[in-house]
Ligand binder design. Structure first.
Ligand code: GDP
Ligand code: MG
Length: 163
């Protein structure tokens, strides 16, 4: 069966935007009604001739820090169990948060390949923002802009190298 790639990260970092850019479909952003449960979304994707299943994680709209943390931990656990490669998305404009740190602590313990995507690097002026994310201990952060479709080739090269 095809390799599975899971996109994880806290709310609003741009996971669904990245999912849509990679899969070429606009199906993972459904509605912005608080409290609405959004299921994990699957798509078939392809890069340099290699096909894989892509999973976008989302879930309940956050209404407290505790819920976000719990949700994140569960999603990271599921990703660690089921995915071949995990794309951990962080917000390059906001910097490292405690939730990022908690998730990174879990991801550091897996032998699965983890690709650290530092999103919202929309222009060169944000490029220096990526360096603080080395502190997550997950290797080199790859600067991307899911919104502007920048850096996605480098990210996907790294992803498929893990199959
Ligand atoms: P998710 O909650 O992690 O799935 O995040 P979304 O994909 O729903 O995006 C959250 C917000 O960030 C939306 O307003 C997006 O338009 C915005 N966003 C996503 N990617 C980028 C990006 O590369 N740059 C900027 N500036 N905004 C982005
Ligand atoms: Mg989403």
């Amino acid at each position: 069966s095809k390799p599975v790639v899971a996109i994880v990260g806290r709310p609003n970092v741009g996971k669904s935007t990245l999912f849509n850019k990679i899969s070429g479909k606009r199906i993972s952003i459904v509605e912005d009604i608080p409290g609405v449960t959004r299921d994990r979304i699957y798509a078939e994707a392809e890069w340099t001739g290699r096909t894989f299943s892509l999973i976008d994680t989302g879930g309940i709209e956050p209404f407290s820090q505790d819920i976000i943390m719990l949700q994140m931990k569960r999603q990271a656990e599921v990703a660690i169990e089921t995915a071949n490669v995990i794309v951990f998305v962080v917000d390059g404009q906001e910097g490292i948060t405690s939730t990022d740190q908690e998730v990174a602590n879990m991801l550091r313990k897996t032998s699965k390949k983890v690709v650290l995507a530092c999103n919202k690097i929309d222009s060169p002026k944000y490029m220096n923002n990526i360096y603080e994310f080395y502190n997550l201990g997950l290797g080199e952060p790859i600067g991307i802009s899911a919104g502007q479709a920048l850096g996605l080739g480098d990210l996907l090269d790294e992803v498929v190298s893990g199959f």
